[in-house]
Write a protein that binds this ligand. Sequence first.
Ligand SMILES: Nc1ncnc2c1ncn2[C@@H]1O[C@H](COP(=O)(O)OP(=O)(O)O)[C@@H](O)[C@H]1O
Ligand SMILES: [Mg+2]
Length: 253
Amino acid sequence: MVGEIAVESGERAAMGGAAGGRVAIRVRGLCKHFGRGEQRVSALRGIDWEVQTGELSMIVGPSGCGKTTLLSVIAGILNCDAGQVNIFGQETTRLSDSARTRFRAAHIGFIFQQYNLLPALTAAENAAVPLVIAGWGRDRAVRRASALLDSLGMGAKLGSLPNQLSGGQMQRVAIARALVHEPRLLVCDEPTAALDHETGLNVMNLLREQAVRPDRAVVVVTHDNRVFHFGDRLTRMDDGAIVEIVDQRRGAA
Ligand SMILES: Nc1ncnc2c1ncn2[C@@H]1O[C@H](COP(=O)(O)OP(=O)(O)O)[C@@H](O)[C@H]1O
Ligand SMILES: [Mg+2]
């Protein structure tokens, strides 16, 4: 079944078809296990999967089914045991660790469930980190990050430390940090898990806006069923495998 879906989405990409996109992510035969002996856990059992540009793709499934592992392998934060990851035509699994890190810094924004903000930096400084890593001067980086935070409704909190922010505000800083260097691919691990319903919907709308920009793609891992409907496609995982892919676009066959 998964094989059939991969062929179908490949055809759609070749036709420049319904999704209107090109292939943003293509993974083939991804396997990943943790531990050994009796402790061995197969987190990914041969995943074949694709995302087109212009698409907000959701990965859903019960806790422990491998969602974070898949996202981490796609983003190049975690090495897989077998299989290939191709991002915008670059087979990242072939790159050296340092080249993969550079590729990630240039092209991928990662939003973590627990925000991972640096406690000693202000909101604007936290959001500026990817630019500083990319070699920008500090002041210019903070100015760019501040403008982005302002556009996310955080203009009054630029100088606040993380412990002075609410969950929704910290998530906005994390989103700004993931977007500030204009990555083509945004991957988000349970971005609404710690948020109230309304803030969660605002965050999902922000992610949607990113997905429809030219040549972009967004992947959201979640088990928050209140936001499932935001996905153009919904991929269900269970026990390290893809069990269903649902096309949720209006008018989709
Ligand atoms: N660093 C790790 N060491 C050992 N086991 C891990 C590690 N990370 C994940 N796992 C295991 O791999 C499986 C998939 O985990 P994960 O990808 O985090 O699932 P999900 O994000 O869907 O909740 C789980 O059984 C989990 O316990
Ligand atoms: Mg997880």
